[in-house]
Write a protein that binds this ligand. Structure first.
Ligand SMILES: CC(C)(COP(=O)(O)OP(=O)(O)OC[C@H]1O[C@@H](n2cnc3c(N)ncnc32)[C@H](O[C@H]2O[C@H](COP(=O)(O)OP(=O)(O)OP(=O)(O)O)[C@@H](O)[C@H]2O)[C@@H]1O)C(O)C(=O)NCCC(=O)NCCS
Ligand SMILES: Nc1ncnc2[nH]cnc12
Length: 272
């Protein structure tokens, strides 16, 4: 029988595919177009996900052997390099980090308790950043020039966008009579409305992030009112492309949410 960590690593891959194929998503690569990413395509992202898949399987094995965090970090750095060399892109850079962290956190807690997991993520992130060498990344430039913390803040706070925003939005929509279709878009809306996305900031500054957040709130309202939220997202995709706006952080956190919901069984339809 597959171990809990092995199963979670497979669900983390599944979550990233579900995010990729969710259509439409403003500014992001989906089944219709590559949004504001001229250097990306669906095929490239699928190639990149093969690397992510190998990486997560290796992280699960490393954790099962009881290796230290430094071993998993090394695997993350190697996966980033392989992604650049093989797929010619950094499209899953954030996800390599976040998914590895969640897997490592799961190895530290006895049960699937989300509060405990968030605390374990925060502890591991603290250890990681205590030893990380400063890098000249888009995220570090934003952190230097503003108060936004991006993926670093998200990890250090124990993934509040996952446990405190996306998952409650999904569950609230289902509990209120919605279905998995509407619940997924309620989750996307919540993430757009709340994530401090350094990709949006890097591409279009504060106005860009404000647009993503406002659109997230509108999406949430449309889902609630059963309006044409698919039409709205398709229209916003055109607007984002015209501004070169995107939301890579939202994409990574959505993938993580899909992965966790697949892992808990909440994406499965009840047997009749
Ligand atoms: C700690 C690292 C992840 C480095 O982080 P840092 O912030 O310093 O570096 P960035 O290069 O900016 O990458 C961070 C990526 O995180 C995503 N992200 C952004 N905001 C958030 C957020 N609030 N919450 C969560 N995640 C967030 C985002 O990734 C997505 O967008 C990508 C495209 O972004 P960008 O590179 O800026 O792309 P372009 O606009 O196309 O750029 P240009 O071509 O114009 O330059 C896409 O990849 C999405 O995934 C940010 O990009 C770290 O890299 C690290 O130390 N990793 C190694 C160790 C490791 O992973 N170990 C395993 C853990 S156990
Ligand atoms: N669908 C997507 N489009 C662009 N960048 C991404 N990073 C993660 N998922 C993405």
């Amino acid at each position: 029988m597959r171990s809990e960590l092995g199963t979670l690593s497979l669900n983390l891959v599944r979550g990233a595919f579900m995010e990729l194929y969710l259509t439409p998503k403003p500014g992001l690569v989906d089944l219709i177009d590559s949004g504001s990413h001229r250097d990306l395509s669906l095929q490239r992202m699928e190639t990149s996900l093969k690397i992510v898949s190998n990486y997560l399987a290796e992280v699960a094995e490393s954790l099962a052997r009881g290796e230290e965090l430094s071993a998993q970090v090394r695997l993350g750095v190697e996966a980033e390099t392989a992604m650049l060399q093989t797929a010619g892109t950094n499209c899953h850079k954030g996800y390599i980090f976040l998914s590895g962290l969640l897997l490592a956190a799961r190895a530290q807690v006895a049960h699937r308790d989300e509060g405990e997991l968030g605390l374990a993520v925060a502890r591991l992130a603290q250890r990681f950043f205590d030893h990380a060498q400063p890098e000249a990344t888009n995220g570090s430039r934003i952190r230097h020039n503003s108060e936004a913390q991006g993926v670093r803040g998200e990890a250090l706070a124990g993934l509040p966008s996952l446990f405190g925003a996306a998952l409650p939005a999904f569950r609230h929509e289902l509990a209120g009579g919605g279905n998995r279709g509407t619940a997924v878009y309620a989750m996307l809306g919540r993430l757009m409305a709340t994530v401090e996305d350094t990709t949006a900031l890097h591409r279009c500054g504060k106005e860009g992030l404000a647009t993503v957040r406002e659109d997230g709130r509108k999406l949430e309202l449309l889902v609630l009112q059963r309006g044409d939220f698919i039409g709205f997202l398709a229209e916003r995709n055109e607007a984002y492309i015209s501004r070169n706006l995107t939301m890579g952080g939202v994409a990574d956190l959505l993938a993580l949410a899909f992965a966790w919901l697949a892992h808990t069984g909440e994406l499965q339809l009840a047997a009749s």
